[in-house]
Design a protein around this ligand. Structure first.
Ligand code: ARG
Length: 399
């Protein structure tokens, strides 16, 4: 029986070489290369040409942008997912979708192995490995760049010997991963955490110091998901696309952080995720208006856990699904509009309204419309201070 491996393919140098390694070093007869489009920049023609020259039996291209945005990014917005308070999980969100779809193809082919191009140092290997196993239990997972580190120079020589077209032999100064929800930039000069990120690291955002005059944009939500911009109904994909451009112009969503990876090290990470940061800010502002105190408190705790679970690659778990169920229940009330002011480096919610608001102006007002039961306040405090008085009395007695 012929041996088949199914590979998560990007068209880049690593995964192109991987096609050859799988055949030459790992003994596979057939390699199916699957390229998943999640909104990254890539050269389709070149990817297909390289894959064919490298000897792939088949190159499958899947456009999963819509599924990514509606199935995964929407949930991250509802969950206000910011790892360690800052990183909107850009790469961590795309991996389960890519790996799950590629695993389905492997099942169809009854493939022996699933393959990814991650090294042994990052988080992405966990995300791919777990997702492969969750969608194709018992499959063998191969990561050639984890098995053996190779330099870019070696890979170029290796590829050229096999006639694989290398258009750009100049090394990119960074390691990039991107999708419609943002862009992760690592390595090179950024490895010294004292070095400020150079402007050339960024593609989606402009320098916030040179931002145009502030402007406002109204974001509409239904079920916790953005559904309109300035009153115009749009699919979430379009909203994210437009917000990347709008907020990107203001340099919103640049993140420069020292992050705790799942593999035990700290790393310096630079991100740009303008739509993610702006939309999560607006979403939080609306939740404050409509959710109860306890809903917000419990949700905040679950948001942190969800984000850690997803960051560490545990997308396909009952725990993540259970948190989703809680979050979805709360989001029924998260409908309305938020006025978001875009200014240099910042997206600020400056207004919000909803049919489901729990905020009542008559209760909160200091003006003539006030209906707050003032006389009840004293009784409430009398009861709630009983414990305070008991503690104070005990302290005096035993002084
Ligand atoms: N540190 C981020 C994460 O674990 C980004 C990884 C992106 N990969 C890359 N090759 N730049 O989600």
């Amino acid at each position: 029986m012929s041996r088949t491996a199914v590979l998560c393919y990007s068209g880049g140098l690593d995964t192109t070489c991987a096609i050859c390694w799988l055949k030459e070093d790992y003994g596979f007869d057939d390699v199916v290369a699957v390229l998943v489009d999640v909104g990254q920049e890539y050269d389709l023609e070149q990817a297909i040409e390289r894959g064919n020259v490298a000897g792939a039996k088949e190159i499958v291209v899947l456009d999963l942008k819509q599924r990514f945005v509606e199935g995964i990014v929407a949930q991250a917005i509802k969950t206000n997912a910011l790892y360690e308070g800052r990183y909107p999980l850009v790469s961590a969100l795309s991996r389960p979708l890519i790996a799950g779809a590629v695993a389905e193809i492997a099942v169809e082919h009854e493939a022996e192995a699933l393959v990814h191009g991650c090294t042994g140092k990052g988080n992405d290997q966990l995300r791919f490995d777990y997702a492969f196993k969750a969608n194709y239990p018992g499959v063998k997972v191969i990561a050639p760049l984890r098995d053996k580190a190779r330099t870019r120079e070696d890979e170029i020589v290796y590829a050229q010997e096999r006639g694989i077209p290398i258009t750009n032999t100049k090394e990119s100064p960074y390691s990039i991963d991107e999708n419609v929800f943002g862009r992760a930039i690592e390595s090179g000069i950024l490895e010294d955490p004292w070095n400020a990120p150079p402007e050339d690291a960024y593609r989606l955002t402009s320098d916030p110091a040179k931002a145009p005059a502030p402007k406002e944009i109204v974001i509409g939500f239904e079920n916790g998901v953005p559904v309109s911009l300035d009153g115009e109904k749009l699919p979430l994909y379009q909203i994210i696309h437009r917000m990347n451009a709008e907020a990107g112009t203001y340099g919103i969503g640049r993140i420069d952080m020292i992050e705790n990876r799942a593999v035990g090290i700290k790393s310096r990470e630079v991100y740009e995720a303008p739509a993610a940061i702006a939309l999560i800010e607006a979403h939080k502002a609306l939740e404050e208006l409509v959710l109860t105190k306890d809903e917000l408190r419990i949700k905040h705790f679950l948001e942190v856990r969800w984000t850690e679970i997803v960051y560490e690659g545990r997308w396909f778990t009952p725990a993540r699904e259970a948190i989703d169920a809680f979050v979805d229940h709360t989001q029924k009330m998260v409908a309305g509009e938020v006025r978001l002011r875009l200014q240099g480096g910042l997206a600020v919610a400056v207004g919000r309204r909803s049919e489901y608001a729990l905020y009542a102006e008559t209760l909160a007002s200091y003006g003539a419309s006030d209906t707050f039961p003032h006389d009840a306040a004293e009784g409430l405090i009398t009861l709630l201070s009983l414990e305070t008085e008991a503690v104070a009395a005990r302290a005096r007695k035993n002084a």
